[in-house]
Ligand binder design. Sequence first.
Ligand SMILES: Cc1cc2nc3c(=O)[nH]c(=O)nc-3n(C[C@H](O)[C@H](O)[C@H](O)COP(=O)(O)OP(=O)(O)OC[C@H]3O[C@@H](n4cnc5c(N)ncnc54)[C@H](O)[C@@H]3O)c2cc1C
Ligand code: FES
Length: 281
Amino acid sequence: MYRILQKRSLATGIHMYEISAPEIAAKALPGQFIILRVDEWGERIPLTIFDFDRKSGSIKIIFQEVGFTTKRLACLKQGDFITDIAGPLGMPSHIKKYGRVIAIGGGVGAAPIFPIVRALKEAGNEVISIIGAKSAETLILQDVMNNVSDRLIICTDDGSLGEKGFVTEVLQKQLTGEKPDLVMAIGPLPMMQAVSELTASFAVKTLVSLNPIMVDGTGMCGACRVKIGEETKFACVEGPEFDGHLVDWETLIRRSTMYAKEQELILGEKARSGGGCGCHS
Ligand SMILES: Cc1cc2nc3c(=O)[nH]c(=O)nc-3n(C[C@H](O)[C@H](O)[C@H](O)COP(=O)(O)OP(=O)(O)OC[C@H]3O[C@@H](n4cnc5c(N)ncnc54)[C@H](O)[C@@H]3O)c2cc1C
Ligand code: FES
């Protein structure tokens, strides 16, 4: 059982939990994730380790309420317990000195990009970060991203904060200036696809952190398989970070919506029987 030490709301439907998990905190590295079950009947969902403190033995996660399990997780309070957490899982991010790096976090993708930006900066890179959201109300982690970046560019779809437009529009302007040595992008699949297509036309190396459906997280079930160039890879053990120019985006996006009907059904059923997550709180 894993105790929630602190719960904080970052924006509507986006929460940060600090959780006591000494064994995970002791080994976690930037880019890795956990798979948790809220309770013994819960489904397993992957969430990135946003931060970890080896001394206090705690990890932090940031998640957005998008469906049944994330809504159920959001119902927990400070002091409550999460039944089980497996981790750290996945390969750590490829941290080394590249030179000039542009790091992009779209929506809640600002959370997983943060520890990577911090590590890239510590490795001696010049890091320009771009974080984007629909509007000012949904933009998260502005201050912490500013602290670990050489320069932070903010953009919102509606122009309510920073530049108006998508992260790709901001990126395009950056690419036409001094060429970066690496672009690193984390966010919704269509965003990472658009970033990868754009950087391919500028021949800039691009890493993305993929978020396919995962079940066991140990390379056994095959749910997370993705096509990278001519090879099939299991994102949970061989990723989640891959070369964005080699990802078969079409198949990945199609596979990520394969349970959409079931996901809607369970939310509808739970809403009819009480709260949206079935916890009646
Ligand atoms: C490696 C990895 C790291 C992630 N890190 C974060 C994070 O830090 N913060 C965050 O908010 N989200 C993160 N996600 C996405 C998160 O796992 C999903 O939002 C969550 O599983 C949705 O579950 P749900 O029951 O609430 O929603 P559902 O209604 O079940 O699904 C909503 C959408 O979430 C995705 N999803 C559903 N089940 C899974 C699953 N088992 N594995 C992967 N995706 C699923 C699907 O694309 C689906 O369309 C990560 C995903 C992966 C693979
Ligand atoms: S989640 Fe089962 S093999 Fe990756």
